[in-house]
Design a protein around this ligand. Structure first.
Ligand code: NAP
Ligand code: ZN
Ligand code: ZN
Length: 358
């Protein structure tokens, strides 16, 4: 076992604090990664505060992980010491079910293991995530990070990036379509970048009028303040696809009625309490669809990273030391994040008196 300093929540209300634990020694197919950067996802906050009623404490969050490979087991083929590597929301799955064999590991119903807050078959405890300086992951669940990407700004691609890229690909978002994105946070700003890169007419729906200028810089062709019913009405029956990234319950009918016939509203935000139930007439009369989507599988996550390298896409980040994580959560709750916090793990190395391997 090796010592791993981290930050954990011990209950739903106390601030995160220093928590040291052990990582397994790398097995034959494992990659040992020294974590450089870890993005801060709203899912971390939902989990820390037990908003989905499934948290096992202590919880070490973090699933937007970029680091350097420190060592590899002797059967590892795709990585060597010194490589830049990424770990997203998954660190294991059954590998044999139809979902796994199709590369849709996120839908595995057998042994899906999230990067944190999942039973860990190696330790018998729970998995611990990227708010830490070290992680050990089977190479099947490790991503190659193209050198052309800035490593800190690439970290959020591992969750915010793939969670927005995957549904747009699945529902065939393409050039010339009109695509909406609801909420300009971590997921939303990546969705706007992808919608723009895919050649769509991208429209941001926001509750924060002050974000309009940023949204245009990020790639939005139009910005609609969703609290303004008159502005919403102008877009009735016009969208091919709308991706809803909002982390809180809200009125879905307001978006369903903006879809064309056969248009799709895809939900990726996971509020702690349900959205008010939408009416059926809005769906039936225009054969509209309401759907959901969970992150993305390993092959598509690699495809997304390569797409980002090719198109110069990364996240817009604000770097923080890990000691500021509790303040970052408060700001995230106020929609005051531009547009993803990323933890620089050098801050934790320094606190723990730990050096990177040469
Ligand atoms: P975030 O950075 O906090 O962004 C959420 C955005 O939603 C805010 O910036 C805000 O945008 C808008 N918003 C917040 N409260 C609102 C309210 N009461 N009414 C209307 N809009 C509101 O969060 P995130 O990291 O992007 O995550 C968003 C959600 O996706 C979370 O629930 C997270 O757990 C979930 N998630 C799901 C998956 C998946 O696989 N499906 C993966 C990752 C995350 P404006 O200021 O522009 O209105
Ligand atoms: Zn996430
Ligand atoms: Zn499986």
């Amino acid at each position: 076992m090796m010592n791993a300093p981290g930050y954990a929540a011990h209950d739903p209300t106390t601030p995160l604090s220093r928590f040291d634990f052990e990582r397994r020694e790398p097995g034959p197919r494992d990659v040992h990664i020294e974590i450089l950067y870890c993005g801060v996802c709203h899912s971390d906050l939902h989990t820390v505060r037990n908003e989905w009623s499934n948290t096992v404490y202590p919880v070490v969050p973090g699933h937007e992980i970029i680091g350097r490979v420190a060592a590899c087991g002797h059967e590892v083929q795709g990585f060597k010491a010194g490589d830049l590597a990424g770990v997203g929301c998954l660190v294991d799955s059954c590998r044999t079910c139809p979902d796994c064999t199709e590369g849709l590991e996120q839908y595995c119903l057998k042994e899906l293991t999230f990067t944190y807050n999942s039973p860990d078959k190696h330790t018998g405890k729970m998995t611990y995530g990227g708010y830490s300086t070290q992680i050990v992951v089977d190479e099947r669940y490790v991503l190659q990070v193209p050198d052309r990407l800035d490593p800190a700004a690439a970290a959020p691609l591992l969750c915010a990036g793939i969670t927005t890229y995957s549904p747009m690909r699945h529902w065939g978002v393409a050039r010339g379509q009109k695509v909406g994105v609801v909420g300009l946070g971590g997921l939303g700003h990546m969705a706007i970048k992808f919608a723009h890169a895919f050649g769509t007419h991208a429209v941001l729906f926001t509750t924060s009028p002050g974000k309009a200028e940023d949204a245009r810089r990020l790639g939005a062709d139009e910005v609609v303040v969703s609290r303004n019913p008159e502005d919403m009405k102008k877009h009735v029956n016009s969208f091919d696809f709308i991706l809803d990234t909002v982390s809180a319950p809200h009125n879905l009918d307001a978006y369903i009625e903006l879809l064309k016939r056969d248009g799709t509203l895809c939900l990726v935000g996971v509020p702690d309490t349900p959205h008010p139930s939408p009416g059926v007439a809005n769906l039936i009369f225009r054969r509209r669809q309401m759907s959901g989507s969970l992150i993305g599988g390993l092959p598509e996550t690699q495809e997304m990273l390569d797409f980002c390298a090719e198109h110069g896409i990364v996240s817009d980040i604000e770097m923080i030391p890990i000691q500021k994580i509790n303040e970052a959560y408060e700001r995230m709750l106020k929609s005051d994040v531009k547009y993803r916090f990323v933890i620089d793990l050098a801050s934790l190395r320094q606190e723990a008196g730990e050096a990177l391997r040469p």
